[in-house]
Design a binder for this molecule. Structure first.
Ligand code: FEO
Length: 361
């Protein structure tokens, strides 16, 4: 596959990983993509690289547009190896290129490569780079989701290159949201966004909320959002921003998921009356046995419901800004018929609280 022009003289030069099913423990049933971008201007500029397995692919894609030796600037928005681990191969082809990176990114890069011969410019929010026709501005996004992370805004193209944020793990033939939606449903796309958010970004919800507010305050005109994974938001960039705003503001599906584990089926016996109580309040309920479920799938379902009633996890839930339902319910050893009745009532009460919570939106 060759480069794909996403804006005038700006190209996707990334790689599609159809086969990956385990992305550092996160199950990626649909594969993923590593998106990086090439700006063809007076100063040829590359944004990010790809996972090392695909170094040859991105170099071929770059070469379909320009000889890699012509690259003058390389912007590293994020140093996690799925985006940076081909950098040495690219630097070997254009050793005089200047790398634009945050201070934290440089520190990390020094640990990943011998950078002693490379040229750097350390950037922070508001710093700019003129490539000729295009003006680029950097926006630091520390802890979204690594300390080094940043985004790059291409002013004249109204393009936000958003690194991991707004991405999804989905390998597809189309590079854009409208192409994706001609093959898959909107529900599949939304599910991929939520899955990714739950597994990659969920702990940083408060930071994401303030960063979106900061970007809105900057008054940037954006008509395309190009993340480092999955589809590029061309037809409806507002959709992904609104989805993120809903997620960081705690909007959840009107549903309950019971995630349990059990050694001798006692806890399992509690789940059935709780589930029945929830169902009798007419709320959709899913039950997940943790040890039989891949963790990232359980995390996604937990995130979609967004609340918790597990006493031992209250502190963690609070840190994540989730709603807590207290008191929870405990049963010692085997569930008696009186316990089952309590579990049923607990389920009904929990479901009523869930309905109350949803009235806020
Ligand atoms: Fe896609 Fe944080 O790497």
């Amino acid at each position: 596959m060759n480069a794909v022009e996403i804006k005038s003289n700006i190209y996707w030069v990334g790689a599609i990983d159809w086969g990956i099913r385990d992305f550092h423990g996160y199950i990626t049933q649909n594969g993923t993509t590593y998106n990086n971008y090439l700006i063809m201007d007076e100063q040829v500029t590359l944004l990010d690289t790809v996972k090392y397995d695909f170094a040859g692919t991105t170099i071929d894609n770059i070469r379909s547009v320009v000889e890699p030796s012509k690259i003058k600037n390389i912007i590293i928005n994020h140093i996690e190896p799925d985006h940076v681990s081909s950098l040495d191969k690219i630097m070997a082809l254009t050793p005089e290129a200047v790398i634009y990176i945050t201070a934290m990114g440089k520190k990390g890069l020094d640990r990943l490569f011998d950078t002693s011969a490379w040229k750097f410019r350390i950037v922070k929010t508001g710093d700019t780079l003129n490539t000729g026709r295009y003006n680029l501005m950097f926006i630091e996004t520390p802890m979204i989701h690594w300390p080094d992370s940043m985004m790059t805004y291409v002013k004249e193209a109204r393009l936000l290159i958003s690194q991991d944020a707004f991405g999804q793990h989905f390998a597809s033939a189309g590079r854009f949201d409208d192409e994706f939606l001609s093959c898959f449903s909107a529900a599949e796309l939304e599910d991929a966004v939520k899955d990714y958010y739950a597994n990659i970004l969920m702990p940083f919800g408060k930071l994401i909320k303030s960063k979106i507010a900061e970007i809105q305050k900057l008054g940037l005109e954006i008509d395309m959002i190009a993340p480092d994974h999955g589809i590029i938001w061309r037809k409806d960039p507002l959709k992904i921003i609104n989805m993120y705003l809903d997620m960081v503001n705690g909007k959840a599906d009107l549903s309950v998921v019971i995630i349990y584990d059990t050694m001798w089926h006692s806890t399992e016996q509690m789940t059935l009356p709780i589930m029945q109580g929830i169902k009798d309040e007419e709320i959709e309920c899913r039950v997940i046995k943790l040890r039989a479920t891949q963790v990232s799938a359980a995390i996604k379902e937990f995130w979609k419901a967004r609340g918790g009633a597990v006493k031992g996890a209250y502190d963690e839930f609070r840190k994540m800004g989730l709603e807590i339902f207290e008191p929870g319910i405990q049963v010692l050893y085997k569930t008696s018929s009186a316990d089952e009745k309590k579990c049923y009532e607990f389920g009904r009460e929990f479901a009523r609280k869930v309905k109350e919570y949803h009235q806020k939106f």
